[in-house]
Ligand binder design. Structure first.
Ligand code: AMP
Length: 397
């Protein structure tokens, strides 16, 4: 896939040039207006420090929240500039606007190794419209564009796509890392290649299941989506989440797995609750014996064992989506057990999606996973086999 063969900041001469870097500084704030979690900013530091040390005039930009295309102080990036100044140990010059007087004059007077931060690009509605004039103005601030915002790479906006029409465009370290792990896994995986999918709905992951069945050796399906597959086998699933209009799709996918010689595993037992509530009464039952009036809220221990034996044999593992309602302690075991099996395996492991990444982090396994993906929507689209617009526009190697 050409999407995985893009130039990075190491493939372009940046010395003395103005470099516009699209970051993902979309951080959460607490009630007092302080940054509640700096992870996204910290992850961008490697690219920023490389540019500083290679004599670039660094111009950072990002979105923050959804300000609806107008200036709104609540969504200002000022606190980000303050935090960046402290961790970079140098002033990060905060612009009062995005393409206005302040941005133009600060960017024009930057010296090599200095850093500026534009205001929230979503203060202009032209950003999400991918407006060509706005993109051109943004590009005119710099000589080179670096995209390092993987989380928004699946959106065709001015600061992720439009700007690349006017100046050379390459990726930063964060996107490079995502592409090298996901790209290798999807195009040339160490086998056996095992994918594990979970989460609420089959309908959200139709394209992924279809695409992965052509690439993997084994596919494990857990979480809410597994009840549609159990129903497709003719089992009654009680009150479990089940998309009746997707039962025939599930049957097609089971047939496709057979055709492609993919080992498809679905739960053999499940923890059922009486209602969708975290303190509901629960019990363990076999997957073909879900009683009427009960709903499956997690996979059971026999399924954990079955899935774990497939995981143990893997050369590459891709995991996206929880095995049950992992937000609730009574129904988190399945997800935690899968996280543990992946952490203990010697395979190349890639974890994406909020709940799966959160489980890995909560258990302290992040350092035992080869790569935890930073972009939920973007990593799902890569798994679907789609080319992400914010990556497609970058210059090829
Ligand atoms: P997704 O965003 O598709 O990855 O789905 C994540 C959500 O799926 C989480 O909020 C889980 O609580 C939910 N989920 C997982 N298993 C089940 C289940 N058996 N029944 C209902 N919801 C589930």
């Amino acid at each position: 896939m050409s999407c995985f063969n893009k130039k990075s900041i190491e493939d372009i001469d940046i010395d003395g040039n103005r470099v516009l870097v699209r970051c993902d500084f979309n951080v959460p704030f607490d009630d007092n207006g302080n940054i509640a979690n700096t992870k996204r900013i910290d992850e961008s530091l490697k690219t920023i420090k490389y540019l500083i040390s290679h004599n670039a005039k660094v111009i950072l930009c990002s979105h923050l929240g959804r300000p609806k295309g107008t200036f709104d102080m609540k969504f200002s990036l000022k606190p980000v500039a303050k935090y960046l100044s402290s961790v970079l140990n140098q002033e990060v010059k905060m612009c009062e606007d995005v393409i206005g007087k302040s941005a133009k004059s600060i960017c024009a007077s930057l010296k090599c190794g200095e850093v500026a931060l534009l205001e929230n690009v979503r203060f202009h509605k032209e950003e999400t419209d991918n407006d060509p004039n706005f993109s051109k103005e943004l590009a005119s601030l710099a000589d080179i564009f670096v995209n390092d915002a993987f989380g928004t790479a699946h959106r065709a906006h001015a600061s992720t796509v439009g700007v690349a029409s006017y100046i050379p465009a390459v990726c930063g370290y964060l996107i490079q890392k995502e592409l090298s792990f996901m790209g290798k896994a999807l195009s040339n995986p160490k086998r056996p290649f095992v994918a594990i999918l979970g989460g609420a709905k089959v309908s959200d992951k139709i394209a992924i299941i279809d695409n992965l069945l052509e690439k993997v050796d084994a596919l494990i399906i857990g979480g809410g989506m597994s009840y549609t597959f159990l129903n497709a086998l003719g089992y009654s699933v009680g009150k479990s989440i089940c998309e009746t209009d997707k039962v025939s799709f599930a049957q097609e996918m089971m047939a496709k797995a057979k055709e492609q010689d993919v080992k498809l595993s679905i739960p053999v037992d499940t923890k059922v609750g009486q209602e969708f509530s975290q303190d509901t009464e629960f019990k363990l039952v076999d997957a073909d014996k879900i009683p009427d009036g009960w709903m499956g809220l997690d996979i059971g221990p026999k399924s954990c064992e079955l899935f774990s034996s497939v995981i143990k044999s893997a050369g590459t593992i891709v995991w996206n989506g929880p095995m049950g309602v992992s937000e609730w302690p009574n129904f988190a075991n399945g997800t935690f057990s899968i996280a543990k099996s992946i952490a203990e395996s010697n395979a190349i492991s890639i974890v994406g999606g909020g709940d799966s990444a959160a489980a890995v982090e909560k258990l302290g396994f992040s350092n035992k996973i080869t790569h935890v993906s930073t972009g939920g929507g973007a990593s799902l689209e890569l798994l679907e086999g789609k080319e992400l617009p914010g990556i497609a526009v970058l210059n090829d190697k």
